[in-house]
Design a protein around this ligand. Structure first.
Ligand code: ADP
Ligand code: ZN
Length: 721
């Protein structure tokens, strides 16, 4: 008789065995419907010998209900799911769910009903209907998605359908994408680009695992270079996955891709509409989606025949997922390349120390692009010592920086001021009683936003109008802003250089692809003189007239003092510096600092990357930090402080005693309250030889907790809060 073992997508259950009914055709990877009590859950048929299950006698097995109409998950993807669950101490089900997050691709009809405005008006107008009509201009989506977009209930929209103001449209979910053409335009590569591109293209041709670190200075044309192996994969009929760290960057990328290949790539990210998601998922699984560009979640898509993986800006910390399965997409990408037997290119101007170390030890091949494309020079970098050159009282920019901006204004050039702080001021307090405005859900100060006149928490999204009088002592008009955010810097520029046209570029102002495109167009049309921006503007942009970059507070990144503070500061400043002087005019970078002698700042000002990396390497080696030793953290949280503390103590009581493995904690996490949950933390530091995951899994497996307690394991953590 035919029995199969299934991984069901329910983390609480182990694998389950089922009977295959007569005539049903399933094999490893098939996505199936499994009966579970009175319900039906989705499962994946797995090799029985790879999943320990309970041996249910044959006569007790229940039959599978059906097979879903998608190609089976490949063996390579199944191995990736196993590896990810194992490495990140997550359940197989929670990883498998990421591979099946399909927006309904697994079932349902091939057409869907979407709705759009007809231009007609309902007989009776209500404020909600009016709001919906205003918000839905140009949109077409399902009722549910439109309700989300318009911020009204689905009932309101159904009313509009009945009144003829919204009409249904039948959409073919699986219509094919326009083909990308490998030879749409020929790009003449520079000699150094050509050499690198040929190495990658050859690797694609060989179709075997080969990890590369493409280490190219900002403006060296890394994108043009890796487009060549993309073209090679297309010629072979193979698919390509390009991972980008932020959706905000895709706009610029899509544009360049389309110019090169004559059609846009297929997009994948968490805010796709369900129809787009379904279409992309099916096209990926059938092999007709040629090039997929996506955020980290694209990593688990069921490619039919992958030929190449590219991770652009591979050093970016946003490749690290910080909830659910806490994986690092950069590292999982390399593992996917391994299981799929395809090359992987990690591209960066400021590679992570971990990646450099892999190159050093010969595991990754390092390919360098040491100079900018087209003869553009690297910018000069100078530090401004704020303890010597003090900004005027109540201001944040040293005179030398303001003079620099003014000189650019006179020449019709552009400047960029970088400060990684959204809003007007990071802290607001009452002048009368000293009360500091804090988030009710998090251990964090509320940030004043003057554009919207609100106080906001950047961790949980809590928001309130800025009070007219102190909520604590009642004194009117007594709130003081402490410290600068980008909005405050923009005000200062406007005050000191009234002729300048200033644009604040943050996730608040560039919050949609449309607005990002408008921003790029305005800068290119020279309608902006000074950009004041957060890390959003540190990468991807290419503005030839931008010749001055001012780093408002180069010390900011060093404050938290975690393991990667120095590296992060180096990367961020080097990336933003990389925006200067990308055209024919030379660029200048001014770093405002109170610690000009700090190794990071000194290395940046001296333009001595190697000095920075070797100092950082030594520091990490001595500290037993990655890549020389390993870290992990365990965060225990609950909405009830006592419950969280007890759970942490219970885990602490079972702490294992393992040689060369140091376990610190439990202690309240630095962010002791986050989104309404109280948090306690263990930090674990181990030698590379320790089987860290196994230690943690065994330790935690034996301990039960009340349902309100969450225990999250973070392997190779990036966040230490
Ligand atoms: P990086 O990502 O390495 O910082 P980019 O890929 O953004 O650099 O390239 C910098 C600029 O140089 C871009 O405007 C790009 O279009 C241009 N460029 C790079 N290589 C070439 C080439 N071979 N031919 C034409 N333009 C190029
Ligand atoms: Zn908060």
């Amino acid at each position: 008789m035919n029995r199969v073992r299934c991984l069901v997508l329910n983390a609480a259950l182990g694998p389950l065995d089922y009977k295959v009914p007569e005539g049903m055709d399933v094999g490893p990877g098939s996505v199936v419907e499994c009966p579970l009590g009175p319900r039906t859950v989705i499962g994946i048929v797995w090799e029985a010998e790879r999943l320990a299950g309970t041996e249910v006698p044959a006569e007790k097995l229940r039959p599978l209900r059906g097979v879903l109409p998608v190609p089976p998950l490949s063996a390579a993807l199944r191995r990736l799911i196993e590896w990810t669950a194992d490495y990140y101490v997550a359940s197989l089900a929670s990883v498998a769910r990421m591979a099946l997050s399909s927006g309904g691709a697994l079932k349902g009809p091939a057409t869907m009903t979407e709705y759009r405005l007809t231009g007609g008006l309902p007989e009776r107008m209500t404020p909600q209907r009016e709001a919906a009509l205003g918000a839905l201009e140009g949109e077409q989506a399902t009722i549910r998605e439109l309700a989300g977009i318009a911020g009204v209930s689905e009932g309101v929209l159904r009313g509009l359908v009945n009144h003829g103001a919204l009409e249904p449209v039948e959409v073919d979910c699986d219509r094919p994408y326009p083909p990308a053409r490998p030879d749409f335009v020929e790009i003449a590569l520079s000699a150094q680009q050509r050499e690198a591109a040929d190495i990658f293209s050859n690797a694609v041709r060989k179709a075997e695992f080969a990890p590369f670190l493409l280490d190219g200075v900002t403006g060296s044309g890394k994108t043009e270079t890796y487009f060549e192996p993309v073209a090679q994969a297309l010629r072979m009929g193979r698919q390509v996955l390009v991972l980008l760290p932020e959706i905000a960057l895709t706009e610029n990328f899509l544009h360049r891709f389309e110019e090169r290949f004559g059609a846009p790539p297929v997009l994948w990210h968490s805010s796709l509409k369900s129809t787009e998601r379904r279409r992309a998922y099916r096209a990926v699984s059938e092999g007709s989606a040629q090039v997929v560009v996506g955020a980290r979640s694209a990593l688990f898509l069921p490619f039919r025949q992958l030929g190449l993986i590219v991770v652009d800006e591979a050093h970016e910390t946003s490749f690290k997922q910080e909830e659910g399965v806490r994986y690092n997409a950069r590292d999982v990408a390399v593992m996917r390349g391994h299981f799929e037997q395809v090359p992987v290119v990690l591209a960066s101007a400021t590679p992570a120390l971990e990646s450099l170390q892999m190159a050093e030890s010969g595991i990754y091949a390092k390919i360098d692009l040491p100079s900018r494309y087209g003869g553009a020079q690297m910018p000069t970098i100078e530090a401004i010592d704020l303890t010597e050159e003090k900004p005027p009282q109540g201001m944040w920019l040293a005179q030398r920086l303001v003079d620099g901006i003014e000189a650019r204004l006179e020449r019709g050039e552009q400047s960029l001021l970088f400060l990684n702080r959204r809003g007007y001021a990071p802290l607001t307090l009452c002048r009368n009683c000293g009360f500091r405005y804090q988030c009710p859900n998090c251990s964090a100060w509320l940030v004043e936003h003057r554009f919207t006149n609100r106080l906001a928490c950047h961790h949980c999204g809590h928001e309130a109008p800025a009070p007219k009088s102190c909520t604590e002592c009642g004194e009117p008009d007594c709130l003081v802003a402490c410290g600068p955010g980008v909005e405050r810097i923009a005000d200062e520029v406007a005050e000191r250089l009234p002729q300048a046209r200033v644009f604040v570029a943050t996730s608040d102002t560039l919050n949609s692809p449309g607005r990002a495109a408008e921003f790029i167009a305005a800068v290119e049309a020279r309608e902006v003189d000074v950009i004041v921006g957060t890390q959003l503007v540190t990468k991807g942009f290419h503005f030839p007239e931008l010749t001055l970059v001012g780093v408002v507070d180069a010390d900011l990144g060093l404050e938290g003092g975690d393991l990667r503070a120095g590296e992060r500061t180096y990367q961020q400043v080097a990336q933003v510096a990389g925006r200067a002087g990308r055209g024919s005019k030379p660029g200048e970078v001014l770093l405002q600092t109170r610690h000009p002698d700090a190794p990071v700042i000194a290395a940046l000002a001296a333009g001595d990357r190697d000095a920075f990396y070797s100092a950082e390497t030594e520091m990490r080696r001595e500290a037993g930090a990655p890549p020389f030793g390993r870290w992990a953290s365990i965060i225990i949280s609950s909405e009830d402080d006592a419950e969280a503390r007890e759970a942490a103590n219970r885990i602490g009581a079972f702490r294992p005693d393992v040689a060369e493995c140091m376990i610190l904690g439990p202690a309240p996490a630095p962010m002791a309250l986050l989104r309404g949950r109280y948090r306690y933390r263990f930090l674990i530091n181990a030698r590379r030889s320790v089987q860290l995951q196994q230690v943690i899994r065994r330790w935690l497996a034996a301990i039960d907790h009340p349902p309100g307690v969450r225990v999250a394991v973070d392997i190779d953590p990036y966040s230490f809060v």
